[in-house]
Design a protein around this ligand. Sequence first.
Ligand code: ASP
Ligand code: MG
Length: 413
Amino acid sequence: MGLIVQKYGGTSVATLARIKNVADRVIKEYKKGNEIIVVVSAMGDTTDQLIKLIKGISSNPNPREVDMLLTTGEQVSIALLSMAIHDKGFPAISLTGSQVKIQTDDRHNQAEIMKIDNSRLRTELDEGKIVVVAGFQGVNSQDDFTTLGRGGSDTTTVALAAAMKADRCEIYSDVEGIYTTDPRIVPEAHKLEYISYDEMLEMANLGAEVLHPRAVELAKYYNLKLYIASSFNYKPGTIVRGVEEMEKRKNVTGVTRDEDEVKITMQGVPDQPGVAGRLFTALAEHDVNVDMIIQNLEYNNMNDITFTINKENLVRGKKVIHEIASKLGVKKIDIDKNVAKVSIVGAGMISTPGTAAKMFQVLGEEEINIQMITTSDIKVSCLIEKKYAEQAVKAIHQVFELGNAEDVEEKAR
Ligand code: ASP
Ligand code: MG
């Protein structure tokens, strides 16, 4: 018995039948004597549809009104889920972010949660109700609706679990857990029993698209264990938790691929102090995130600087790059979209020499050229030509023996 916070993503509540299925799953835990808070996303692709409506009416919509509209998606799903629970003979109440008092800052469309007042939740739970809360939304200091950015329901869930000191925080969607790599590419990919927050963050940022990175950061901050599993079956999922609990680690936990980066090469950059600082400060000031960076010395006091940015930032990035390039007297700029980043992630990597070398070697054996490399304590990334991305992931996954179920379970234990 305890307090459980569960979240069901858009796919899990996409149809009325699925909402009824969620009601059954929630009631199952309730009947065991648990207190339940359920966070839901909007049904299916509702949020995308709402965004389409906005685009159809205005090219420069007022952010407050955008949130007014977007929050309706979750309001539909909480009401329907609550009704479904009633129909099965159990007490439930739906609450919006504003009714719960999920207090956020004023940044419409990308607000951050500042504080959660748990008194209403506590009262409803004490009355024996299952509480159904709208994900992705909060309320600002003016009592206006705010939203937390796409995928924000995960963040709502973790924040509620932390505020309520929940015993369990469970995130259900259409994926069964976190895999060593994308099972659609590598059928031998294995579902991990455990993964650390930092590894999960890398996997999420590197395109594993399972859990919102901000939710993982929050969970890490509160040291809150997350259970990731499917809402369509009862197969065991993956637990996201701190690394210190893991006694035995193999060096590599997973392999990821990211095809959202663009490589920019600036040729003939003057080799003077402050140049890199000016370039990357200008990019930062325009909110262009830079990922990988290489600088090499060329000729006549000139450098080549190569870096990658997210393709979402390309239009803005290009403008900044051209401006700064003309100021610095850069000779040539080359933009290459035909790249992919493949990475190995693992909390044990730092204490295992030769891990990076093994990755480079297997890419060499596959005759895949490495264009850029970056490393951190828990990951090694290589930028390669896009058409080789899947081949690289397969080969790396195999060389680190991640497909071997026993190995993976051993590692996780
Ligand atoms: N419905 C919102 C979205 O699609 C929030 C969420 O699903 O987490 O982004
Ligand atoms: Mg969604």
